[in-house]
Write a protein that binds this ligand. Structure first.
Ligand SMILES: O=C(O)CCC(=O)C(=O)O
Ligand SMILES: [Fe+2]
Length: 326
């Protein structure tokens, strides 16, 4: 079922300046032309197929924030492109190969100073238009420095497509402490966080830079780099990209995460994230029966002893109204 591509071609890494100290200071590192057209086209084609074949992919609508499965989303909404597809690397060897290219994982080891473990993937068709943030408030590593991310351009990015932007040197801004004593965001405290962000960035006095990549270029960033997705000024333009985040092996081990070797690196093996759509799935959409039964043992029991026709029947008649997760 998985297609494969020989990714063992030698890459000329000597042209990249991989320096941990500089990375810590600036908070980012650009690798021009890291992936070749074939590697990128292969991944882009894989995304198209996974969506078309209605695989179970957790999909966030970037306009409404609704989290659903891509197969539940009307085709017109998918075509509008304001969505984010989560964790396709968990179901696709091709996407894993992009995330865990061995040259890339070596570079990430050098920059993070720790062995990286891919912990999520995000596919964007267009800019997230996400406000300036640091990733560590949403994906909080146990060891503060043990998070690194890469942004892979699947096409040349046009300035009006809402490029990724970032503040050089902002990784040096001391992390904000939430009332939980750590860096993980507390919803009710986000106003204070935003005020802290703005005051610190004003002190830094750096203008935002925009990453204007060519297809195959990669932007690597630090857990504490302030960045975001610029506003889209031409909605006709796509800005296809993959983002991969990595925790460290030591943090994953201490958290008891299941780590598996894959392609040229390691990934955190976990199940698909749950979704709670705002409306009932279309009648013709494939229903994730196995996952639903696994998430709801009471339903599984009722189905097993013949009191309920199926998980899907339960969801459509009761589970949706009960706001159960799929
Ligand atoms: O590409 C974007 O629009 C923003 C991506 C981002 O901030 C992230 O994935 O952490
Ligand atoms: Fe981010």
């Amino acid at each position: 079922m998985f297609r494969s591509l020989n990714l063992n071609r030698k890459r000329d890494l000597s042209r990249y300046d991989i320096d941990q100290q500089r990375f810590d200071e600036t908070g980012y590192c650009v690798l021009e032309g890291f992936f070749n057209d074939k590697e990128i086209d292969f991944a882009a084609e894989e995304v198209r197929k996974l969506v078309e074949e209605k695989h179970e992919i957790c999909c966030d609508n970037l306009k409404t924030n609704e989290r659903s499965l891509v197969s539940f989303v009307p085709t017109a909404d998918i075509q509008s492109g304001f969505f984010k597809l989560n964790d396709m690397h968990l179901i696709s060897k091709t996407i894993q190969a992009l995330a865990l290219n061995s040259d890339m994982t070596n570079i990430l080891s050098t920059l993070m100073g720790q062995a990286p473990v891919c912990c999520n993937s995000l596919y964007f068709e267009r800019s997230s238009q996400q406000t300036t943030h640091v990733d560590s408030i949403y994906m909080t590593p146990t060891t503060p420095t043990d998070l690194i991310a890469i942004w892979v351009a699947l096409e040349d990015v046009h300035p009006e497509a809402g490029p990724l932007f970032y503040y050089p040197g902002s990784s040096k801004i001391p992390a904000y402490q939430f009332s939980n004593g750590g860096r993980r965001a507390v919803e009710e405290e986000m106003d204070q966080w935003l005020a802290y962000r703005d005051a610190e960035l004003a002190k830094l006095g750096q203008d935002a830079q925009h990453f204007m990549p060519k297809k195959g270029d990669v932007f690597i960033w630090h857990a504490q780099l302030f960045h975001g997705g610029a506003a889209v000024s031409d909605p006709e333009l796509t800005r296809k990209s993959f983002v991969f985040h990595y925790f460290s092996e030591r943090d994953c081990v201490s958290a008891g995460h299941e780590i598996v070797p894959a392609s040229g690196g390691q990934m955190w093996q976990r199940g698909r994230q749950s979704v709670r759509p705002n409306s009932l799935p279309p009648e013709d959409a494939p229903f994730p029966e196995q996952i639903y039964l696994a998430r709801h043992p009471d339903v599984a029991k009722a189905v097993a002893n013949g009191k309920m026709k199926s998980g899907e029947y339960h969801y459509r008649h009761f589970g949706f109204a009960e706001k159960r997760e799929i």
